[in-house]
Design a protein. Structure first.
Lengths: 117, 112
């Protein structure tokens, strides 16, 4: 029973290039969340998606960042024209359909560590 | 506003001793709280959760206490082991929202 999978685990990009981060949720999970973590800091929420829908993108920078969770395939976090300040660990989490009284646990993947040179 | 903070950034305890990690939150509308453990180079791992209608919950070697009056959350780890060395984060969810708000984290070191 595979957990949340993310790839690549490490990604190096030069300033101005594009970064694409992929996340496959746990089997049976229909909710995906992206978080960013800077060194020695906690995780910061970026975006929450369900299949083909962005539900909450209140944590996404207004420019250069986008996310999608298509009907088929993994969720993608895309960063255009990367800058050094984008260097961070990006974590994806997934959860099952949330029903009244259910646990709200989010299961995290191993993360993608993005380095912008 | 939304914020979850921690009282201490680092904590060192002797192997076998009990440890307590504290967390403060500010939003009265938070209805769900989680403790995560993060080892170096890995993603956060769920430890234990508690809903706002509870004040205590126990797991295996871990206990979470919630004091809504002072907006305080704590994680107690009994009989610490070397494998407990990690960064521990508390996180909360505001009622009606889905995102988690994480604190800065406490680095727990278990000394042999």
């Amino acid at each position: 029973n595979a957990g949340v999978m993310q790839n690549p685990r490490h990604l190096v990009r030069r300033r101005g290039q594009e970064a694409r981060l992929r996340c496959s949720p746990m089997k049976g999970h229909s909710h995906v969340y992206w978080y960013r973590q800077l060194p020695e800091e906690g995780l910061k929420f970026m975006v929450y998606l369900q299949k083909e829908n962005i539900i909450d993108e209140s944590g996404m920078p207004k420019e250069r960042f986008s996310a999608e969770f298509p009907k088929e395939g993994p969720s993608i976090l895309r960063i255009q024209q990367v800058v050094r300040g984008d260097s961070a660990a990006y974590f994806c989490a997934s959860s099952p359909l949330i029903t009244a009284g259910s646990s709200y646990e989010q299961y995290f993947g191993p993360g993608t560590r993005l380095t912008v040179t | 506003g939304e914020s979850v903070g921690l009282h201490l950034p680092t904590l060192s305890v002797q192997e076998g001793d009990n440890s307590i990690i504290n967390c403060a939150y500010s939003n009265s509308a938070s209805d769900y709280f989680i403790w995560y453990k993060q080892e170096s180079g890995k993603g956060p791992q769920f430890i234990i959760d508690i809903r706002s209608n509870m004040d205590k919950r126990q797991g295996q070697r871990v206990t979470v206490l919630l004091n809504k009056t002072v907006k305080h959350l704590s994680l107690q780890i009994a009989a610490t082991q070397p494998g407990d060395s990690a960064v521990y984060f508390c996180a909360d969810r505001i009622q009606g929202a889905q995102k988690l708000v994480f604190g800065q984290g406490t680095r727990l070191t278990i000394n042999p």
